[in-house]
Design a binder for this molecule. Sequence first.
Ligand code: AMP
Ligand code: ZN
Length: 460
Amino acid sequence: MLNIFNSLTRKLEALKPIKDKQVGFYACGPTVYNYVHIGNLRSILLGDLIRRVLEYDGYQVKHVMNITDVGHLTSDADTGEDKMEKEAKTEMDVYGIATKYTRAFLEDMNALNMLPPHVMPKASEHIAEQIKLIKLLIARDIAYESDEAVYFDVSKFPSYNQLTGQKLGSMMLGARQDVVRDPKKRNPIDFVLWFKAVGRYQNHILRWDSPWGVGFPGWHIECSAMSAKYLGQPFDIHAGGIDLKFPHHSNEIAQSEAAAKKPLANIWVHGEHLLIDASKMAKSEGNFVTLKTLTDKGYSPLAFRYLTLTAHYRTKLNFTWDALTAAQNALNNLYQEISSYDQPKVGCAEFEQHFQDAINDDLNLPQALAITHDLVRSEYPGSAKLQSLLKFDQVLGLKLKETWEEARKIPDVVSRFIGSREEARKAKNFTKADELRKAIEKEGYLVEDTPDGYRLKKKF
Ligand code: AMP
Ligand code: ZN
């Protein structure tokens, strides 16, 4: 039912799960050496959205998201300083930092109403699996060892350019611009599977024994090892931010496919970036905004979730405070509208069909949101609208049920005012009725008169 853009084939494809109604889904998680920013969260939200759409369609999803707690060495041309270790002097510090930022990240996920992935494996707890995979690559003569590292030999994997679509030759030339420090490295584009704790890495804090001496894994190998462990190979869908296409996902594919001689994942989904002032929001750029920055300014986390739903995942989204304010207002209006609805009953089939078509059309959430608002504006009774809206919210994740239930807890004083106002209206005492309307408003509720009687809404 789901048609989704596969970055691997650069085409819209119908999802055909390997195991009938079950879907194995892996999304790359964050590096936990700092607070995640709302750009990272846009990509993590894409994972949540994919999971929710699949579940809406009736699939049983196994959602795996890794936590990168071993640092983040993207290439051997890096400074040699593990980003996480910059802040730490001992192993305890490193794990302390990782634990602190992992907790903060999980709190952000929860505040954004993301469903917790079924498995959240940590790279540091899967070193044995990573070593086993590297050993297999060496045994297959696809990886080789130097005095400093174990490398993946890209020349042995001709389809290395599958995801980027670039010519292998030009990718090699691009890599040549890196500073090449290891004389035994065969080709500049070869990437590290295992770093030895020697030379510039001799003081690396996190270290493990391996067949190649004490050291630590390269970044990409964790996802290959952990996805195979929890989902098998191949699995159905792999997702992440667009910057991960190269080198991270290209390397994951190379490692896993060269080792197992079968594809890693059938469908690759990449989410576009969140921008700020027209450039990519990034930890390294110092232009990042965290979820806490938003909540400190009085926005609700779900306003940010709503904002991400307004842009298709394959388009860039420029973050501005005006856009966030508009999202908050739209969300508040939605909450206000549903607060007057009666108990959910018999949904609106026609809207439900349109909604399901939209989400299955390459996750067209902007369209799904438009349908949601059309439904709210429609002539259907509130109870029917609510029935369908609560269904839609399984995907939107805007906490409509909780909000509606909360809003329906009408304070006694408001109920009394309502009763008196109805009496005043019957007695044609409109001055009194109007005063009572104002008193109700002071209590945070709006009363509107309709041909079928009054309607009470909670103000948001
Ligand atoms: P990292 O912690 O750097 O490994 O990133 C975690 C996730 O955030 C990855 O899927 C990245 O692709 C994604 N990401 C990083 N920056 C942005 C951004 N500005 N907009 C959207 N996603 C991003
Ligand atoms: Zn990954």
